[in-house]
Ligand binder design. Structure first.
Ligand code: AMP
Length: 286
């Protein structure tokens, strides 16, 4: 496994792969890897001749400086895990290497459409422009055939697809299912920041979402939303930031179950100071 820290090294590695006509699978991550990330990595290794994983905590996508500062970092362990997966190369740039002109410099504004306006877009202003900014750079440097993303960040996948479309990028976006702990909690790098007490209550998020799928069978969209929010808000230390039931293609909120053939509920909950996100499918087309 090659460890590449400079853009020049990455370009050289990519040119080598292209000369051999090798297909390239790319997995962008912010490190502090867990089994969720590794499920994407395994798929990239399986489906491509060359696999590249990036480890980069991208300052441009953090709207809260405290969140950026406390974001878990564990490069040494990450490299060990990736070596075991037979990854071809890991790109581990510094902030200066990725953003030589400084992070908030002359930013290109990306057209991310209506999917970026709601939910995370509303609660984390600038977040998706920051995600688009790093992915646009990485996609241009690597020019991958396929890039792998997790459905835990359901909205992010829609935004990335929109970025690919609006910038005419030639990369297949592969969506991978959410990996969960045995107690149902969606795996996340931020889970390591939870206190022992918060760890005990965090699985209630998925339990409540699962319960809401049963509940939704004979209740309205509005009533289903209210039930989820009330249940979670009644737990000490938990506060729902938003819970929206949306058309999975447009991510716009629906009012009636029959408004769309594909319906997903997306939630963000603050567990103490830690922001946890998850989602659940209510309806999927046959
Ligand atoms: P992050 O390091 O949080 O930016 O995540 C990198 C990629 O891993 C993103 O595409 C995430 O959606 C994906 N990912 C994170 N957690 C999970 C999970 N529990 N299951 C599947 N994919 C995940």
């Amino acid at each position: 496994m090659k460890i590449l820290r400079r853009v020049s090294e990455l370009l050289e590695f990519v040119a080598g792969a292209r000369n051999r006509n090798a297909s390239i699978g790319f997995v962008p991550t912010m490190g502090a890897l867990h089994a969720g990330h590794l499920s994407l990595v395994k798929k990239a290794v399986e489906e491509n001749e060359v696999s590249i994983v990036s480890l980069f905590v991208n300052p441009a996508q953090f709207n809260d400086p405290r969140d950026l500062e406390s974001y878990p970092r564990n490069e040494e362990e990450d490299l060990k895990l990736l070596a075991k997966e037979n990854v071809s190369a890991v790109f581990v740039p510094t902030v200066e290497e990725m953003y030589p002109d400084n992070v908030k410099g002359d930013e290109k504004i990306f057209d991310l459409g209506e999917v970026a306006e709601v939910m995370e877009g509303k609660y984390r202003p600038g977040h998706f422009q920051g995600v688009a900014r790093i992915l646009y750079r990485l996609f241009n440097l690597i020019n991958p055939n396929r890039a792998y993303f997790g459905e835990k960040d359901f909205q992010q996948i829609a935004v990335v697809r929109r970025l690919v479309e609006s910038e005419n990028l030639r990369v297949d976006i592969v969506a991978c299912p959410i990996k969960r702990d045995s107690n149902g909690l969606a795996l996340s790098s931020r889970n390591t920041l939870l206190s022992p007490q918060q760890r005990l209550i965090a699985p209630e998020i998925y339990k409540t979402l699962k319960y809401s799928v049963e509940y939704s069978k004979n209740h309205s969209v509005r009533s289903t939303i209210d039930t989820v929010v009330e249940r979670l808000d009644s737990i000490p230390e938990m506060k729902v930031e938003y819970f929206e039931i949306v058309d999975a293609r447009t991510l716009q909120a629906i009012e009636e179950w029959d408004e769309s053939p594909w319906v997903v509920g997306c939630i963000t909950v603050k567990c103490g100071d830690i922001r946890l996100i998850d989602n659940i499918t209510y309806k999927i087309p046959d």
